[in-house]
Design a protein around this ligand. Structure first.
Ligand code: IPM
Ligand code: MN
Length: 353
């Protein structure tokens, strides 16, 4: 099978973790007789340096012409520390999500038995956790009108949602719940926010189309608390953009390292696969970052974008083997235990596929 993949390494540790995912993907393609056609594109700070635009048309075209996108990370402290910067790397990611219609961000959280002691949370609380967030990705406060008034002394960001935006995300949540434990949690702040009341109303209306699904409605502040207390009481959670951003970072702590969790963004035109962590610019180029979240994102890509289950499973098995054999980066090594470089972990997994 021909697999056309757009490769967007992005900023910071993006290039070095993407390199490992490419190595692993090429190896799996070789083993299963696929032909991957990679096309590189610039995004984020790397693209600003090149042409002043964090999501150039050229990159958009590469994405549109591909069957899937593999993306590293975005962000550079040069822009974070300059509140007056006119262009920012993150605008590239937001524009890419919007222009490609990637409205649903699928972010699983699970534990690895061999890493159960790596989590700062107690083992008996997190054992067996296997949940998935569906975060709305192209609406809400991220994309509402924003600005300053009163000579710059007042700032605002408007949060708005249409029923149609809520429906298409919730539909994916119901469908995913059908394939899993038939439990769906709608996370909102309906006691305060009008947008949340529309979310709740819309999801309630949809319940009749999915009578097998048990739906619960919880406030985001309560979920933030229960997520670290009883993570395995959740299965599929749907929520709006900003709540989803915050809760999925929180949830990543359960697995033991931010460097472990993959994600997929799906929608209208194509799908994008990326680790949920950021660009970690402090260590860029040092090859100490954990490549597993990106390698696991590649596994999701084989399964979700191309329907290649066996290939995805083979990657996941090799990742599990690397953990069991303790071929891990510094973030996962126990005190005094040896640890390996980003590329050593990537190469080990590729060889053991
Ligand atoms: C994420 C990131 C992005 C977001 C940033 C880099 C714009 O934190 O993918 O979770 O806030 O969506
Ligand atoms: Mn985030």
């Amino acid at each position: 099978m021909d697999l056309k993949i757009a490769l967007l390494p992005g900023d910071g540790i993006g290039p070095e973790i993407i390199e490992q995912a490419v190595l692993v993907s090429n190896k799996i393609a070789q083993r299963f007789n696929h032909n991957i056609i990679w096309k590189n594109g610039l995004v984020g700070a790397a693209a600003i340096e090149d042409c002043g635009n964090p999501y150039p048309d050229k990159t958009h075209k590469i994405c549109l012409e591909s069957d899937a996108i593999l993306f590293g990370a975005i962000g550079d402290p040069k822009y974070d520390n300059d509140p007056l910067a006119k262009v920012r790397p993150e605008q590239g990611l937001l524009k890419m999500r919007k222009d490609l219609g990637l409205f649903a961000n699928i972010r699983p959280t699970f534990t690895f038995p061999s890493l159960i002691n790596n989590s700062p949370l107690k083992k008996e609380r997190i054992e067996g956790t296997d949940l998935v967030f569906l975060r709305e990705l192209t609406g809400g406060i991220y994309f509402g009108e924003k600005g300053r008034k009163d000579g710059g002394e007042t700032a605002y960001d408007i949060c708005s949602y249409t029923k149609q935006e809520i429906k298409r995300l919730a539909k994916k949540g119901f469908e995913m719940a059908m394939k899993r434990s038939k439990k769906l949690c709608c996370v909102d702040k309906a006691n305060v926010l009008e947008t949340s009341r529309l979310w709740r109303e819309t999801v309630q209306e949809m319940e009749k189309d999915f009578p097998q699904i048990e739906v619960s409605y919880e406030f985001v502040d309560a979920v933030a608390m229960r997520l670290v207390q009883w993570p395995n009481s959740y299965d599929v959670l749907i929520t709006e953009n900003l709540f989803g951003d915050i809760l999925t970072d929180e949830a990543s702590v359960i697995s033991g390292s931010m460097g472990l969790m993959p994600s997929a963004s799906v929608g209208e035109k194509t799908s994008l696969f990326e680790p949920i962590h950021g660009s970690y610019p402090e260590v860029a180029g040092k090859y100490i970052a954990n490549p597993l979240a990106t390698i696991l994102s590649a596994a999701m890509m084989f399964e979700d974008a191309f329907g290649l289950r066996e290939e995805g499973c083979a990657i996941r098995d090799a990742v599990n083997e690397s953990l069991k054999s303790k071929i891990v980066t510094k973030d996962l090594a126990s005190n005094g235990e040896p640890f390996y470089k980003t590329n050593e972990v990537g190469e080990w997994i590729a060889i053991n596929l």
